[in-house]
Design a protein around this ligand. Structure first.
Ligand code: SF4
Length: 185
């Protein structure tokens, strides 16, 4: 198992910061907007690895999928969750030949309601953790053509950060339930 290096932060691509425990957000001075064009440049890209953790897997299994329909390889990397606990990450399964995500059907996510956390916040990602807060930046792959640097009037930083904050808080609540079920160690 290997640990994952956090990417270097490009300040031009930072939305702001979120603090899951207090609910505070801080908006960066780089106005950014995002409107998904359903291009599938992300889910349909054979070279793009989508991380998926144990909680994501359990949630998808609850909807009738088997583990070998969900993940590509059973050799996880270690990442750190918002409460600083280490968690295993696998990679989502891809279709043979095209390499598109196995859950991409008719150019839409067929598991949208219970898709992995990384997909829910894409094309953004959490970087680092300082004094209980995360920096939220455009995903380092820069795969998404629907993220734009815009004028201040058009900025969606606040809405986007609020959405991501909610997703992280939900994930933290799920993690506690998960720990209750399986223990922390
Ligand atoms: S699970 Fe859904 S959102 Fe995530 S990569 Fe696959 S098709 Fe895209």
């Amino acid at each position: 198992m290997m640990s994952v290096e956090l990417p270097v932060i490009d300040p031009k691509l930072v939305l702001g910061t979120i603090h899951p425990s207090t609910g505070e957000i801080t908006v960066s001075d780089k106005p950014i907007a995002f409107n998904c064009s359903l291009s599938t440049d992300c889910c349909g890209n054979k070279n793009f690895q989508v991380p998926i953790n144990d909680m994501d897997i359990e949630r998808i299994e609850e909807h009738g999928y088997e583990i070998d329909q969900i993940v590509a390889i059973l050799s996880p990397e270690i990442r750190f969750a918002s409460d600083n606990t280490a968690e295993k990450n696998y990679w989502i399964k891809r279709k043979p030949f095209t390499g598109k995500c196995t859950f991409l059907k008719d150019n839409l996510c067929s598991i949208h309601e219970f898709k992995p956390f990384a997909c829910r916040i894409f094309p953004f990602q959490l970087l680092g953790r300082e004094r209980g807060g995360y920096t939220v930046a455009v995903h380092k792959s820069k795969l998404c053509k629907s993220v734009r640097e815009v004028t201040e009037d058009e900025a969606q930083n606040t809405e986007l950060l609020e959405f991501i904050l909610k997703e992280v808080q939900n994930e933290d609540r799920r993690r506690l339930i998960y720990f209750d079920k399986y223990g922390r160690n």
